[in-house]
Design a protein around this ligand. Sequence first.
Ligand code: TXA
Ligand code: MG
Length: 505
Amino acid sequence: MTLVQKNKAIFLDRDGNVIHDKGAIISNEQVVFYEGVFESLKKLQDAGYLLFMISNQMCIATGDATIAEVDAVNDYIDCVLKEHDIVIKDWYICPHHPDDNCLCRKPKKYFIDKAVAEYNLDLSKSFIIGDHPSDVKTAEFNSMTGLYVLTGHGAKHLDLLDANELVFHNINTATQWILKHPNSIADLEAEIVEGVERLKAGEAVALPTETVYGLGADAFNVDAVKKIFTIKGRPMNNPLIVHVANYEQVKYLTAEIPDVAKKLMDAFWPGPLTIILPKLDIVPDFVTANNPTVAIRMPNNRWALKLIADADTPLAAPSANAFGCTSPTTAEHVENQLQNKCFVIDGGASRVGVESTVITLTEDIPKILRFGGITQEQIAEIIGRVTSGENKVHRNFESPGMLAGHYAPNTQLVICEDVEQIKKDFNSNDYAIMLLQDDKGIRVKNKIILSSEGNLVEAAVNLYSSMRYLDTLNCKKIVTHKFPNYGLGLAINDRLKRAETGSKK
Ligand code: TXA
Ligand code: MG
């Protein structure tokens, strides 16, 4: 008997993933491919993956498009892909409405079963890439790996996505991850095993968290922690956040958890809130920069939690960027910036996108020292009164997130009062423009919109990667505007201000 080797496949969602999501697309002129998508699909095909398109086209059921119109557009997309030597093996289109209870709508198995039968697929080596939680659900129901992208509706629906899912900025970064992890989660698990070994051997390891990537080391091993500073090129008098995987590990760091802290932990842990509490003597002074307090956080990322739990020690970890530069929200950002100086665990993109909120409970009224992923409004809802401002109690306090110049790109960044000022002073191709929402009046070549609907949560997810991208374009300046001063806007404005100061030449 000869064994026929099974095929591995990639199921692609069409809208918001391969082409821009524009609602019902009924003519070829509406089709806009994402930048880099041809190169990515070609790479996947060359790596031996069969490519399929799997798409819910509810617009047919709602009457916004006819089957013939959708078919014609798909034929056109197929042709364009063929011109780039990319073959879509089959197109699987569900024309139904969710209320129809059809068999073929994602996340149901119908089309995947069909593909398996017809193309002899090994689903354990196959992936779905898509911008809707139902795409990763489809993967889960079929023992595949689902990769969630932030393009299309991805950023908007993030709150519906389980915290454990792998998230990517776009199809290109998802592709890179697949090529690096052909055995999918098993390969990521192997990275964790290696990370744990290295941490135990006193090395620093870069790890994904929901806020930004961190550069972690055993918090109780001062020599290991010193390596973080060397790798980052960061002055040694800055206190670090200590990351824990569970409440047991909190007990190694602080003696007593006051009620306010308990309430905050219950509400926001694991998550982007760092709490400053009095430290135990055993916590090295080096980690806290001789402060009598320690900053503690439990990150909401499956891989970070596994790494910390398996290393069996809290990890001191600042953001994994070179000192003063933009924080990394992908493994690739870390690799580019720290240049092979450390082992990096690649868990996809950070899904919050700005650092944790730092709150101190060592003053009379709880005080936010750094705005971040949990908003002041969210905190006030749990504990009532909360202020914000500078840290008064601690000694030796020059913490990096609080430095005036930080998070800075190489290109000079300018913050305008509002979009009107950009229109007046910077409406030219000399500048790279970063806007919260689109404004048709700004017609420049390099324009990035952080959220089509002006949503600050979405804007935060895209902030640092957009700044990095704009920084590669060699424009005269990166120009943006003040963001709304509430919710995540406070954290975004804070980072922009520091980036502006830090980027002044
Ligand atoms: O989201 C985050 O917090 C990321 C990820 C990796 O977890 N980490 C991070 O670390 O941003 P880093 O080192 O870039 O920022 C540490 C911040 C400082 O800005 C400072 O405000 C605060 O933590 N911090 C640390 N120890 C402190 C202490 N003992 N007292 C007051 N603030 C402290
Ligand atoms: Mg989609």
